[in-house]
Design a binder for this molecule. Structure first.
Ligand code: UDX
Length: 461
């Protein structure tokens, strides 16, 4: 059989939420590049090679089917792949440290450092190494130090190319990004390496959207972008508390404020707080960096974004308890949605985890429903004490419950027949809409006591 000829070979180390979808898009847009994704986890690679992909993203499966075996390959053979590829993306996970200095805030770089050492060990020729995982600033410098600690004439150019895509819209974000950011050393070889990467993105991203910068600015920009987005969510959530006291309506306030073009309308939806793998982690990282560099006021400022997020969840739980006559013991509560947002099965840092655990602590009996995230939910609550059941169908889940708590903004929950659900529940029946997605007045007229976020409750009690 004739071997396919590829113009360039690209490797990605880490087949997670960031690495794999990014490479799927590159493979799709650059059919003349061979793209290989490796991971230490054989089950994960097997899943990428199967019909049951390990990541759910609208539109992902279609492109995987088109490119897999053509110019996209998934493998566990990290050593060989490092040797044969010229351009290496590093997309390994960098969770928050759980031990030692900086525990709970700093990034745990053990996987990342291990990868840098593997690259050094198995490289037989010069390479471009691109950090795509969100990392503390100056990580590229540390990576360079490791990579230059070895063999004589092999050189490594380290680039920072942070990924801004959001889960649930990853494929669209990758195809039509607001910008692509590429940071490099401003040396001759650094600039040449940067050009190689610009060439890849230029296949589908307009030139004016490809921003180049120095490497530290690129690393920091990613943390700051996430911190600013999370700050908007915390800002609107803080005002939702005031709205509940002052009889104002948070949706009206957000609309009025967001129509100012200097402010903008996105990320002003009040709710139970942000979740996901990035926001909290990145802000705490920023906080850690600020403290490290002796900037306690700046650290405190950003830390308050995380504190408001916790406050918003505590407020929600207190509201459920108080409204249901200060006792939840033996009452059945149906959680609608466990994913940290709609269109994903991801539950990392989902507010639903904390809220469910706190309701269990009040001895409520919990029924968890979600169209995609039940497996993850069961893992998250594995060690939780109390009665929990998992039922995907929301109608069945609600039967015999005293309250519904809406945790995820799945479109499905906007369209449910709440009349039918009401009839199957224990009365008085409650809805706590943690995402402000249902028609509150209509549900009230059906008979529910309705508690939105940042709006007056609709209740007969
Ligand atoms: C985020 C960034 O958007 C992305 O650029 C980065 O690369 C990774 O982190 P993601 O975590 O996938 O992406 O989700 P995002 O859509 O940003 O939402 C984060 C959280 O904020 C979710 O829990 C969401 O429900 C919540 N949110 C968002 C609100 O509560 N209100 C809003 O108005 C917007």
């Amino acid at each position: 059989m004739k071997k396919a000829k590829f113009k360039k070979k690209i490797l990605c180390i880490g087949a997670g939420y960031v690495g794999a979808p990014s490479m799927v898009m590159i493979a799709c847009k650059c059919p003349d590049y061979k793209v290989t994704v490796v991971d230490i986890n054989p089950q994960r690679i097997a899943a990428w090679n199967s019909d049951q992909l390990p990541v759910y993203e609208p539109g992902l499966e279609k492109i995987v089917k088109k490119t897999r075996g053509r110019n996209l390959f998934f493998s566990t053979d990290i050593e060989n792949q490092i040797a044969v590829n010229d351009i290496i993306f590093v997309c390994v996970n960098t969770p928050t440290k759980t031990f030692g200095a900086g525990a709970g805030q700093a990034a745990d770089l053990q996987y990342w450092e291990k990868t840098a050492r593997q690259i050094l060990e198995y490289s037989q020729s010069s390479k471009i190494v691109i950090e795509k995982s969100t990392l503390p600033i100056k990580t590229a410098l540390a990576m360079e130090r490791i990579l230059t600690s070895g063999k004589g004439d092999i050189t490594f150019d380290v680039l920072s190319n942070p990924e801004f895509m959001a889960e649930g819209t990853a494929m669209n974000d990758l195809e039509n990004p607001d910008r692509v950011l590429i940071g490099s050393r401003e040396t001759k070889s650094g600039l040449t390496a940067r050009e190689e990467l610009v060439e890849i993105y230029s296949r589908w991203v307009p030139a004016e959207k490809i921003i180049t910068s120095n490497i530290w600015s690129a690393e920091l920009s990613k943390l700051v972008a996430n911190a600013f987005l999370a700050q908007r969510v915390s800002s609107i959530n803080s005002i939702s508390a005031l709205c509940e006291k002052a009889d104002a309506d948070i949706s009206e306030v957000a609309r009025a404020v967001g129509t100012d073009s200097r402010i903008g309308s996105k990320f002003l939806r009040a709710g139970i707080g942000f979740g996901g793998s990035c926001f909290k982690k990145d802000i705490l990282n920023l906080v850690y960096l600020c403290r490290f560099y002796g900037l306690p006021e700046v650290a405190d400022y950003w830390e308050s974004v995380v504190k408001i997020n916790e406050y918003q969840q505590d407020r929600f739980i207190a509201n459920v308890l108080q409204s249901m006559f200060n006792t939840l013991a033996g009452k059945k509560i149906c959680v609608l949605g466990f994913a940290f947002k709609a269109d994903t099965a991801d539950t990392r840092e989902s507010p639903a985890i904390n809220i469910t655990r706190k309701l269990l602590a009040e001895h409520a009996e919990m029924v968890i429903s979600d169209p995609k995230a039940l497996d993850n939910a069961a893992m998250d609550l594995d060690d939780a004490e109390g009665q929990i059941s998992y039922i995907e169908d929301p109608y069945r889940a609600a039967v015999g419950c005293h309250a519904l708590v809406i945790m995820t903004d799945w479109d499905l929950y906007r369209k449910l027949d709440y009349g039918k659900i009401y009839r199957s529940m224990v009365k008085p029946a409650f809805i706590f809409d943690g995402r402000n997605i249902i028609e509150h007045r209509k549900c009230f007229e059906i008979g529910f006591n309705v508690f939105p976020i940042g709006k007056p409750p609709l209740t007969r009690l």
